[in-house]
Design a protein around this ligand. Structure first.
Ligand SMILES: Cc1cc2nc3c(=O)[nH]c(=O)nc-3n(C[C@H](O)[C@H](O)[C@H](O)COP(=O)(O)OP(=O)(O)OC[C@H]3O[C@@H](n4cnc5c(N)ncnc54)[C@H](O)[C@@H]3O)c2cc1C
Length: 393
């Protein structure tokens, strides 16, 4: 959607195909980081976005083995907004779609599921999509696969992919919110339990991390045993866990981390989770996908105005985004493998490790994780011009 907006704004004809009828799905995470807010600021859309319901997270804290610790302080990040905006992704996508629709050359087709690529002997030339009205053929100078971690485009393009073992999955559920709840506590860690809460205004969207493949064992142990696990790691929720009365309220989200070795073929480019599925750790996946979109627009908008971009142009997008992707996934995998796996195997509550104690004690150190999470590696900026309808490109 971000790439569609940027390209349409630069005068390129764009069609975004979305297989669902709306964006109302729960499982995508809600964190709009300072880097993404900066992009909206550069587009002159920030004020409008922030008028929509959201929460502002200026610092991150956690509870490790019952000890509260402060982990990140966004007050010094080099960006217009010194906070993470928590906004359900369906609201964010609706906002972006509304902004993009202001350009007559932007078209969003809902309930249009891409099922195949059109190719000639040399390149990808378009897609075929299933719609309620029947099969739709779209020919294009460039097809961009931005269809997430179960991408059809990526499968059809047969691009080489490297998958990394992931030791965790996530149970995803809602619990009600109270005025007395801490607004900044994001994660709680106790023996065998990691519990994350995202502020959705009038309720908490909660993530309970489990060892990969252990969901069935947890279900067999029963709901009461699961409620007890939540209370052990987050005692303040003892008065609310009874809201969980059925496993239907608790969705299993499987976590995957992978990366394409080559993000493109002539006529085709993959970005976001389609090019590199992200773990939920640090809630950076949405923001990395947005950064990919900005880089792709910066590099491809001018060539696209004149027709199909060259293979060298597509290669430049991958070169630009490969390092930030590698570094971010590397950090996520270190946390998964060295911290989460150990915590989930613990029989006794952990104590805050030395590095966390330092962060908790020295405010200036908390700027480092804030910068890595909030801005990330190699932040992108909008370099594409706005082409107003009717004016020459
Ligand atoms: C449990 C969990 C929690 C997470 N929490 C966070 C978080 O808090 N913050 C964060 O930044 N990241 C989070 N992430 C990572 C984040 O969800 C992804 O990195 C991010 O959504 C990637 O964006 P994307 O646009 O590339 O793909 P997606 O958000 O997956 O979007 C792909 C879109 O393509 C559509 N689509 C799929 N197939 C087709 C098709 N064939 N035809 C047409 N349309 C299609 C889908 O319906 C969807 O709208 C989390 C991940 C997991 C697994």
């Amino acid at each position: 959607m971000v790439l569609g907006l940027l390209l349409a704004r630069a005068g390129v004809d764009v069609i975004v195909l979305e297989k669902h009828a709306d964006f109302l799905r729960d499982f995508r995470g809600d964190t709009v980081h300072p880097s993404t807010l900066q992009i909206l600021h550069e587009l002159g859309l920030l004020e409008e976005l922030l008028k929509r319901p959201h929460q502002e997270l200026k610092e991150l804290s956690g509870v490790i083995g019952g000890v509260p610790v402060r982990l990140a302080d966004f007050s010094h990040v080099p960006a217009q907004c010194k906070f993470i905006a928590l906004m359900p992704q369906w609201d964010f996508l609706d906002f972006l779609a509304a902004c993009a629709r202001r350009y007559p050359n932007f078209h969003l087709l809902m309930e249009a599921e891409v099922i195949g690529l059109l190719t000639d002997s040399a390149r990808v030339t378009g897609v075929q999509a299933k719609t309620p009205q029947g099969l739709l053929t779209v020919e294009a100078d460039l097809v961009v696969g931005a269809d997430g971690r179960h991408s059809t485009i990526r499968d059809q393009a047969q691009l080489p992919r490297k998958a990394f073992g992931v030791p965790i999955d996530v149970f995803w559920m809602r619990l009600s919110k109270k005025d007395s709840d801490s607004a900044t506590t994001l994660g709680r860690i106790a023996a065998g339990a990691i519990f994350v809460t995202l502020d959705r205004g009038d309720y908490w969207q909660c993530a309970f991390v489990i060892p990969k493949g252990s969901a069935e064992t947890a279900r067999q142990a029963g709901l009461e045993s699961f409620r007890k696990l939540i209370v052990r790691v987050a005692p303040e929720f003892a008065d609310r866990v009874a809201e969980l009365t059925d496993w239907d309220q608790i969705k299993l989200l499987t976590v995957a981390v992978d990366r394409l070795e080559k993000w493109w073929r002539p006529g085709l480019l993959c970005i976001g989770d389609c090019a590199h599925a992200m773990s939920p750790i640090a809630g950076v996946g949405i923001n990395l996908a947005v950064q990919d979109a900005v880089a792709a627009a910066n590099i491809l908008a001018a060539p696209l105005v004149n027709g199909a971009p060259s293979v060298a142009d597509l290669e430049r997008v991958q070169k630009r985004r490969a390092l930030p992707t590698y570094l971010t996934q590397k950090l996520q995998m270190i946390v998964q493998d060295r911290v989460m796996t150990r915590v989930l195997a613990l029989k006794r509550d952990p104590k805050p490790p030395f590095a966390v104690k330092l962060l908790n004690r020295y405010a200036f150190l908390r700027r480092i994780p804030a910068r890595i999470v909030g801005i990330g590696f190699r932040p992108e900026h909008v370099h594409t011009p706005e082409h107003l309808p009717g004016s020459p490109i």
